[in-house]
Every structure is written in C-alpha cells, then in structure tokens.
Write a protein that binds this ligand. Structure first.
Ligand SMILES: *[C@@H]1O[C@H](CO)[C@@H](O)[C@H](O)[C@H]1NC(C)=O
Ligand SMILES: *[C@@H]1O[C@H](CO)[C@@H](O)[C@H](O)[C@H]1NC(C)=O
Ligand SMILES: *[C@@H]1O[C@H](CO)[C@@H](O)[C@H](O)[C@H]1NC(C)=O
Ligand SMILES: *[C@@H]1O[C@H](CO)[C@@H](O)[C@H](O)[C@H]1NC(C)=O
Length: 340
C-alpha cells in the first residue's frame, strides 16, 4: 500500500516535471525572428546564386545550403541568441516549420532596386504583410517577435557602378537611402513588431574586392567614409524614432565598428604570428583575375582555391564573411543584443 503510494507520487512528480518541460518548451518558442535585407542575413532565398553552389556551406552544414559563407551567418547567431532555430527562408514558406519566424532577406538586394533580380526591402515587407493578412502569424505572435534588418551595401554598390566609382553626390544619395530605410522601419513596427535590430553599414572599404588593390594590406578610407556617414545618419534616425515612440523599439547593431575592431585585432595577431591569417585576405579566391570563388571552367574543373583553415579567416570571399568572421562580429555585438 505504502509502496504503491510512493510510486504514484513519483509518477505524479514525473508527470508534473514533463508538463513543466513542455510548458517551458512552448514558452521558449514564442519568440520569432523576422529577417529583412541582403546576403549578410539571407539563409536560403537566393536559389541560382553562389550560396547554393560549392564551396559555400563547406563548414556548416557541410554542403551548399543557401548561405553566402562557409557556414553560419549573422541571422543564425542572432537566432541562437534568442534560443530558437534559424527562421525558415521565405521560399520554403510552405514548410511546416514556421514557429521560429521567417527570413525574407535576399542576396544582392537593397533598399532600392539593384542590379540583382530580387525583392527590394519594400517587396520583402510586402511579403511579410501578406502572411499576416493570411493569418500565418497572429498579433500575439508578432508582439513577442524580433526583426533583424540589414541592407544598403548593395545600394551603394549599384550607385557606385552607375557613377563609375565617383563618390560625388554621395551625401545626397545617403540621405535618400536613409529616408526610405526610415519608412521601412516604421512600417515593420506598424505591422506589430516591437523589437527591431538594425544593422549599421559595414566598412565597405575593407572588402577584399577592394583591398585586393593593396594586396589586402589596408582598407580604402574614402569608401569607409561612405559607411561612416551612412551609419551616423542611420543611428540618428533610429534615436529619433525611439524618442517619437517613447520606447526603445529600435536597436542598432554596429557592424561598422565591430568589423573594424575584429580586423584590427586579427591584423595585430597576424603581424606577431604570420601563420595566422591576414583578416583582409579572403579564404576563397579565384585562381586568377578572371575567376572568383566558386568558378568552374567548361570541363567542370575548379578555378578557385581555398585557404587551409577557414576557421582562421575573417572574409570568406570578396564581400562576405566566413563563419569565423561572423562569430567574431557576433561576439562584438553581444552587449547590444541584450536590448532585444
Ligand atoms: C504554397 O502552397 C500554395 C497552396 O498550397 C501554392 O499555391 C503555392 O504556390 C506554394 N508556394 C510555394 C512557394 O511553394
Ligand atoms: C521595390 O520594387 C517594387 C517592384 O519590384 C517597385 O515597385 C518599388 O518601387 C521598389 N521600391 C523601391 C523603394 O525602390
Ligand atoms: C524595380 O524592379 C522591378 C522589377 O524587378 C520593376 O518592376 C520596378 O519598376 C523597379 N522599380 C524601380 C523604382 O526602379
Ligand atoms: C560624409 O559626410 C561629410 C559631412 O557631412 C561630407 O562632407 C562628406 O562629403 C561625406 N562623404 C561621403 C563619402 O559621403
């Protein structure tokens, strides 16, 4: 009799414990991440791009899977910070795994149209709005959700190409970009998201695509000035928006200073120990100028080479970070993330 009571008490305790676990599990899934922007945060929307071809995904998940990197990108690290799985890319929106949110970002896209045929940020937000209309996500879902927004690099690339590299009129273009970004941010908030992380612009003058001119020795300051001005203006409008709303809805992620800080630390280590990689040197490069990372010739032979240890690199190729690069940047952003 006593024995039976003890065993039923244990069963009851176990049951309670399991219920609590399920309950806890449910709660931890309540936060969802919605992502808008470009290749720095895209995790699979760019079919027919390098992100779905070797050698991308070499480190994680071990094969090409839609990321512009050898492994994880910023989105994955922010999702892990929120203790959820990386949200499903929009192109897989019919999948059953929608509980972590959705990633609308598209490689090559911008705030405005770029030379890449993909949805600009306005169209990405339209897609989000449509899912809300279709009741895929409810008001309650959104209230506890976080948005991640990162774009503008491709807008500047498009502008510079059109201007043949001239940076005259740049301040005017920055003003126009920021104005549109401000509208986009307001719109994401008005759709119901109360925590929105906004990436400031990375130092574009440090991209291997440009630093190749100095044999990867130094960043090009005139280009970094574009990023500096952009970031400064973006920070200002975000502060104004928060003031207007009377609460800290928007949180900036300072990619500009995070990139520079990681680069400078790695440069110092490289100068002390040359077996460590120069951070401005990409891990994956074309074998000559006419090829790039991922190139293959008519016979299907590789026309690119990889560094020995991707885990020591900062840049993966000409413009994107390696998983190691993103992890280091994520660590620099860690204190800002606590505001989410
Ligand atoms: C998702 O499913 C709907 C209806 O089942 C279909 O009309 C739509 O084309 C599908 N979308 C994708 C991206 O597969
Ligand atoms: C975004 O693209 C859509 C359609 O592709 C276009 O109508 C719209 O003007 C673009 N928005 C911006 C801000 O460039
Ligand atoms: C943006 O591109 C789309 C096609 O992708 C086109 O329909 C639209 O007119 C473009 N908008 C602007 C403002 O250039
Ligand atoms: C950066 O901002 C300064 C001050 O507003 C301006 O004089 C300069 O032209 C800007 N440079 C670029 C590249 O946007």
């Amino acid at each position: 009799m006593v024995k039976q009571t003890v065993s039923s008490v244990i069963t009851l305790l176990l049951l309670l414990f399991i219920l609590r676990e399920v309950e806890g599990d449910k709660r931890s899934h309540e936060v969802k991440l919605f992502v808008f922007g470009d290749s720095y945060v895209d995790t699979g929307n760019s079919v027919n791009s390098a992100s779905y071809k070797p050698p991308s995904g070499d480190t994680f998940p071990g094969k090409p899977a839609g990321r512009f990197s050898d492994g994880c990108v910023l989105t994955d690290y922010i999702a892990s910070y929120l203790k959820i799985k990386s949200p499903t890319p929009y192109i897989f929106r019919n999948s059953s795994e929608l509980q972590y949110g959705m990633n609308f970002a598209h490689g090559g896209s911008g705030i405005f149209n770029t030379s890449v045929d993909g949805p600009n940020m306005t169209v990405q937000i339209d897609s989000f709005e449509n899912l809300i209309k279709e009741k895929v996500y409810t008001k309650a879902d959104l209230e506890s959700s976080v948005a991640l927004v990162n774009a503008a690099g491709n807008d500047y690339a498009t502008f510079l190409l059109r201007q043949h590299g001239s940076i005259q009129d740049m301040p005017v273009f920055t003003t126009i970009l920021i104005r549109q970004m401000s509208l986009n941010l307001r719109r994401i908030h008005s759709l119901g998201i109360n925590k929105i992380a906004v990436g400031l612009l990375e130092p574009i003058g440090c991209m291997p695509l440009l630093t190749v001119a100095s044999s990867y020795e130094k960043c090009l300051e005139p280009f970094n000035l574009i990023s500096q001005n952009h970031s400064q203006m973006l920070l200002q409008i975000v502060q104004e928006l928060n003031k207007e709303l009377g609460k800290p809805v928007f949180v900036t992620l300072d990619l500009y200073n995070s990139f520079l800080s990681v680069i400078s630390t790695m440069q110092k280590r490289h100068s002390e120990n040359p077996t460590l990689m120069n951070p401005l040197q990409p891990c994956c490069e074309g074998v000559s100028m006419e090829y790039s990372c991922g190139s293959v010739d008519e016979k299907g032979e590789k026309k690119y080479c990889l560094c020995k240890k991707p885990e020591l690199s900062f840049f993966w190729e000409g413009v994107h970070l390696s998983q190691n690069g993103w992890y280091a940047v994520y660590m620099m952003l860690y204190s800002s993330l606590s505001k989410l």
